[in-house]
Design a protein around this ligand. Structure first.
Ligand code: MG
Length: 381
């Protein structure tokens, strides 16, 4: 049973291209299924989250990250009687527009496109599901429902929002112009994204050796959970393996999920929105308690300084930027090096950005080697 404020798939605002409804699945289930079968979704396997894909087999990739976001989002959605299928669809699609090499690739592409209309990864995710996937006879893109597209476009500059609004009046760009909110399902996915990466970046950071448990003692939230675990399981830290880390991780995620559900339930009781549209007109209703938000902020500050800015990560980042920038220049000056559908695009800079954004890390590295002769990441691709 869905709550009054949930997005009910039977009352969807619909798809941009008219289609008959399916008898066996809801509209939001169909969205989810289309995303899972898309080419862009499969590419997430070989796209970096923080650690480059080839640095180790056990680090998160964009795919496993997206699955973790979907798991967390669904847990929260179920407890709040929200649309689980919609949450899952948005979670699985939220990073489809991410470039190879994580944020490094995105920054580089942004720079290359700064004079040519810009590049924003959330907007690119929307572009993937609206245009770049070409697998249906009658339209480009996956033709997802408004509700799924609304959540996929998590952020958007006013400039791009105005452009979207001109193409699709009252569509997914509107809320960035009038300052309204997306559905609760979209708000949940957004918070689940942060929950997932904060937790798994600690785990990957420890696994890589760039972080050590003692360093995390300076993060009050982590320190508290760590000492709770050792209180409940004396000696666990002297056992071989990673049980202590996993147990802290488990408690960290439970804490986040429970806090989000409780705080959001209280906000919903107070605001009592009568519909999904009433949610959109309200201030953000999905949220953490003030105390946990502050603790999460401390955790993120730590991760930024200790992990994302770690010299070893920065070294990969610098190489990744170079690969993307040089690929951009190579295709811009020789568009014939790109596949035919990208050569046909009128706006050459956009075509190059689309092509590079779709690449996996290893494909980008191979193409870079083929076009420039240099091997920034060594041999083996
Ligand atoms: Mg994400």
């Amino acid at each position: 049973m869905l709550a009054a404020w949930a997005c009910d798939p039977s009352r969807s605002r619909g798809r941009r291209h008219r289609e008959a409804s399916a008898s066996d699945r809801s509209e939001h289930q169909r969205d989810r299924d289309r995303i899972v079968h898309s080419t862009a979704f499969r590419r997430l396997v070989y796209k970096t989250q923080v650690f480059l894909n080839h640095e180790g087999d056990l680090f998160r990739t964009r795919l496993t990250h997206s699955l973790e976001v979907a798991q967390l989002g669904r847990s929260v959605a179920r407890r709040l009687s929200l649309g689980e299928d919609l949450v899952e669809a948005m979670a699985l699609a939220h990073d489809l527009g991410h470039t190879p090499f994580g944020h490094a690739g995105q920054d580089a592409l942004q720079q290359c496109m700064s004079e040519h209309g810009g590049f924003e990864h959330n907007l690119q995710s929307l572009r993937v599901v609206d245009q770049l996937e070409k697998r249906y006879p009658d339209f480009d893109g996956l033709n997802l429902t408004f509700e799924a597209r609304e959540g996929i476009l998590k952020h958007c500059s006013r400039r791009h929002a105005a452009r979207l609004e001109a193409i699709e009046p009252g569509g997914v760009g509107r809320r960035f112009l009038d300052g309204t909110q997306p559905s609760l399902e979209a708000q949940i996915v957004n918070l689940a994204d942060g929950m997932a990466y904060n937790a798994h970046d600690i785990d990957d950071g420890l696994r890589s050796g760039l972080l050590r448990l003692e360093m995390l003692d300076e993060v009050p939230l982590y320190r508290r959970l760590h000492s709770d675990v050792l209180r409940d399981h004396p000696g666990l830290d002297r056992q071989p393996g990673r049980r202590v880390i996993f147990e802290v991780q488990r408690r960290l995620l439970s804490l986040q999920v429970n806090d989000l559900v409780d705080t959001t339930e209280a906000a919903l009781r107070d605001a009592a929105p009568g519909s999904a549209d009433a949610v959109r007109r309200s201030p953000p209703l999905a949220r953490f308690s003030d105390a946990l938000r502050e603790e999460n902020r401390e955790l993120e500050t730590f991760l930024f300084r200790a992990l994302y800015r770690h010299p070893q990560v920065e070294d990969s980042t610098a190489k990744a930027r170079k690969v993307v920038a040089e690929l951009f220049e190579a295709y811009r000056s020789a568009p014939d090096e790109m596949p035919e559908d990208f050569r046909q695009e009128e706006d050459r800079h956009r075509a190059v950005a689309d092509y590079i954004a779709g690449m996996t890390d290893r494909f980008a590295i191979r193409e870079h080697h083929r076009l420039t002769g240099s091997s920034l990441f060594g041999q083996g691709f």
